[in-house]
Design a binder for this molecule. Structure first.
Ligand code: PMV
Length: 323
């Protein structure tokens, strides 16, 4: 039995498209910031008395279908370790409010850490990130803290994450603006797949990411938060341009997403530098220098209410306890 705690991450240069869907090898590199405030704690226990895998998230037992991706990762761990038993998986997501912020990154990183350790495997961080990748692409990066890149590689062995700057020593901060959503969203899996297959802009996206990876690493070296934010914002808009340009086109934005984008632009026009990024849902994350926090929080809480704002610092890498 083992327990792992992994933090979620938000991509500044996004992963949006697979080359290999079974192994989850991405079309491009990507780069993210691991966040302190959002994490998943998962315990895995291989138990010879069980007759099937039992998976609970936030104390709710998943159906066979819901547990499919978790069981897939457990199957890989059984294959690697030679263990035959089924496992009991208990996962708790620590997200400050009920409004959904993507947790698959922290969830599959924590699962990879707990399951591999419970099975007696002593994986390196690199191999852990390769295992997390098999559950969800973004989880590849949640093995490490701070600023992390996922090198796309060409196969299972060469596609893994590595730290760019684990201990972030400049005052970058991220504010999550939790936007209400009642509608069922398009999964990132199907959204990115239709982008690869049908967007006429997909080739251009590969080039955008290649350029942004070089530029953002330069900006990180220079500790230039404005440049990092600017690159992240452009990159996010270009990722979302792929969703608009698929056949049929779609968007993750809703009206509130656009309202918050406008508020960030207004702040910037008033001399308060901040930048936005969005993932496969309507929530907006704002990137800024800590010194600007109070002005940004003041403006956005007037729009959505302070209970829907969560300030987060850069967070740490995975921690694993062998029990
Ligand atoms: O790996 P997934 O299925 O969680 O997809 C992640 C997609 C984005 O969050 C939009 C981008 C990213 O790099 O995290």
């Amino acid at each position: 039995m083992a327990t792992a705690k992994a933090h979620t991450n938000i991509a500044l240069v996004k992963y949006w498209g697979k080359k290999d869907q079974e192994l989850i090898i991405p079309q491009t590199d990507s780069l993210s910031l691991t966040l302190n405030e959002f994490y998943t704690t998962t315990t895995v226990n291989f138990d010879s008395h069980l007759t099937s895998d039992l998976v609970a998230i936030d104390q709710h037992i998943l159906s066979k279908k819901e547990a499919q991706k978790v069981v897939h990762v457990l199957d890989i761990v059984r294959q690697l370790s030679g263990i035959k038993s089924f496992a009991r998986v208990d996962s708790i997501n620590h997200v400050p409010t009920a409004a959904g912020l993507a947790s698959s990154a922290s969830a599959f990183a924590a699962l990879a850490g707990a399951a591999s350790t419970a099975a007696g495997l002593n994986l390196s961080s690199r191999d852990l990130s390769r295992l997390a990748r098999r559950g969800s692409g973004s989880a590849t990066r949640s093995i490490y803290g701070g600023l992390v890149e996922w090198q796309k590689g060409t196969d299972d062995a060469s596609s893994f994450a590595q730290p760019v700057l684990e201990n972030v020593d400049f005052p970058i901060e991220m504010l999550a603006v939790l936007v209400d959503t009642k509608k069922k969203k398009v999964s990132s899996r199907s959204g990115m797949q239709s982008s690869v297959e049908t967007s006429p802009y997909y080739d251009a996206w590969r080039q955008v990411v290649a350029n942004d990876m070089v530029a953002i690493k330069k900006a990180i070296k220079a500790k230039d938060i404005d440049q990092i934010g600017h690159i992240a914002e452009e990159n996010a808009l270009r990722m979302h341009a792929l969703t608009f340009s698929t056949d049929p086109g779609f968007t993750y934005f809703n009206g509130e997403t656009l309202t918050i984008i406008k508020a960030v632009e207004d702040l910037r026009n008033q001399g308060v530098n901040c930048y936005y990024t969005m993932d496969a849902g309507p929530n907006v994350k704002v990137i800024y220098n800590r010194g600007n926090r109070s002005k940004i929080v003041e403006k956005l809480s007037n729009i959505v209410g302070s209970e829907r704002l969560v300030v987060s610092q850069p967070g740490p890498g995975i921690k694993i306890w062998n029990e």
